[in-house]
Design a protein around this ligand. Structure first.
Ligand SMILES: C[S@@+](CC[C@H](N)C(=O)[O-])C[C@H]1O[C@@H](n2cnc3c(N)ncnc32)[C@H](O)[C@@H]1O
Length: 407
């Protein structure tokens, strides 16, 4: 069996060919992929078991679903097929609430975060690898612009909203500034939405009872940023990739072949089927979602992309996956989505890539979430779909079979 601690040889060759410098292109934290740390220390940090660990307030964050996802994964570990999970991959990471929870409570050994939005991934990469400089920048922004609120803070919000990196910036400084842009906008924009249409908390006139600074607690943020740095330093957070979901799922077997098929699991939380494009900079778009690619009307619709994700997960996924979605009827009714109860890979993918015919289980979960623009929490039904061993996927009041009413 290949070693857990050495990177695959084709990667080493690729890095040598690129002249392997220490800092990545943005696609990963560093150009040189770090080998997995074999002897992991327990996660010893005050935040490990905290309710909130993510420095980002993310629209659609799965903080309330995370314990349920953790339960499903813990239950799978009782099986012979999935005795332990050495790596949890989150290809739609956003605020990464589920991964952070599961690494903190020991459900999984390591996490790999990925997202198509370069603003979000620059944030995670910097929090992981350049933590203290980001903490300093965050304190500085708070003291100089945010703390006293008012028009100075709104002008700073406008500055970050319009900011683009200068070409002469070093890659490291560009990534730091992009991370600060993400963090600033996330903490000061209505509902944490990074998209251009949402305005500053408290409005432009700042006459509301909730000023622009109300979601920014510098000390708590510093703790959370340092927690991410700690996870990276200790090998618990293995990397942060800026990639389309498909690239992430394709690349994991190449980077971590020693974990296939049973020691790696993907948790996927794509944007909802109900229009989510107003929430994310990268709506469900393989090209990053910025609309500047010249595709115009030829740009694939979100629905097409939900279909291609389903097709990939049904026929090509080389490791087990757990998917959460809004409970949209199409998802479980359409055979092009998730109506099937079993994966159906082609014969050649079975033979060449080792893709299995794992069973597909579905459950409904009732959650409460904060909806953008509304006060308080609303109830929602969330759909969980998974290829984890079916006998281990719980059925009870919390994880209901389809069609059964909430208790
Ligand atoms: C529902 S959010 C994830 C929220 C996250 N689970 C949390 O708890 O904060 C969906 C994420 O998918 C990302 N995304 C959208 N299209 C993508 C694509 N084609 N590939 C990868 N990520 C994408 C968005 O940038 C967004 O961060």
């Amino acid at each position: 069996m290949p070693s857990l601690i050495l990177p695959p040889t084709n990667l080493v060759a690729r890095e040598l060919a690129q002249g392997a410098h220490l800092f990545g292109s943005g696609e990963a934290i560093n150009a040189k992929a770090r080998p997995l740390v074999a002897e992991l220390e327990p996660v010893a940090h005050d935040l490990a078991r905290g309710r909130y660990q993510s420095p980002l307030r993310y629209p659609g964050a799965k903080s309330s679903l995370a314990p349920v996802i953790g339960r499903v994964i813990t239950s799978a570990k009782q099986s012979r097929e999935v005795p332990e999970i050495n790596l949890l991959v989150e290809p739609f990471a956003g605020g990464a609430s589920a991964s952070l929870r599961m690494i903190g409570d020991g459900t999984v050994e390591r996490i790999l975060l990925a997202d198509a939005d370069p603003l979000v991934t620059a944030f995670w990469q910097t929090a992981a690898d350049d933590t203290e400089r980001l903490v300093d920048r965050m304190h500085d922004e708070w003291k100089r612009y945010v703390r006293d609120g008012g028009q100075k803070a709104v002008e700073r919000w406008d500055y970050w909203r319009a900011w683009t990196p200068r070409s002469r910036m070093s890659p490291r400084n560009r990534r730091l500034a992009t991370a600060m842009q993400c963090l600033f906008l996330n903490r000061t924009t209505f509902s944490g939405i990074l998209h251009g249409k949402a305005g500053p908390i408290g409005g432009r006139a700042q006459t509301s009872a909730y000023p622009i600074s109300c979601r920014w607690n510098s000390d708590a943020l510093a703790d959370r940023l340092r927690y991410i740095g700690h996870l990276y330093d200790t090998g618990r957070l293995v990397d942060v990739w800026c990639k389309d979901w498909r690239q992430t799922l394709d690349d994991v077997p190449e980077y971590y072949p020693q974990l296939l098929p049973s020691r790696v699991v993907a948790y996927l939380d794509p944007p909802y089927v109900e229009k989510a494009s107003h929430l994310y900079r990268a709506s469900f778009d393989p090209l990053g979602g910025y609309g500047g690619d010249g595709l115009g009307a030829a740009r694939p619709s979100d629905y097409t992309l939900h279909l291609s994700l389903a097709d990939y997960l049904r026929t090509k996924a080389q490791f087990r996956w757990l998917l959460s979605y809004d409970d949209h009827p199409l998802l479980t009714e359409s055979e092009w989505l998730y109506a099937h109860d079993q994966m159906t890979p082609s014969r050649s993918d079975r033979e060449v890539l080792g893709v299995r015919c794992w069973r597909i289980s579905k459950r409904l979960v009732s959650t409460r979430y904060s909806a953008a623009g509304r006060v308080g929490k609303r109830s929602a039904e969330e759909l969980l779909i998974t290829t984890l061993p079916p006998a281990t996927v719980p059925i009870d009041d919390e994880l209901r079979v389809l069609g059964s009413p909430p208790k």
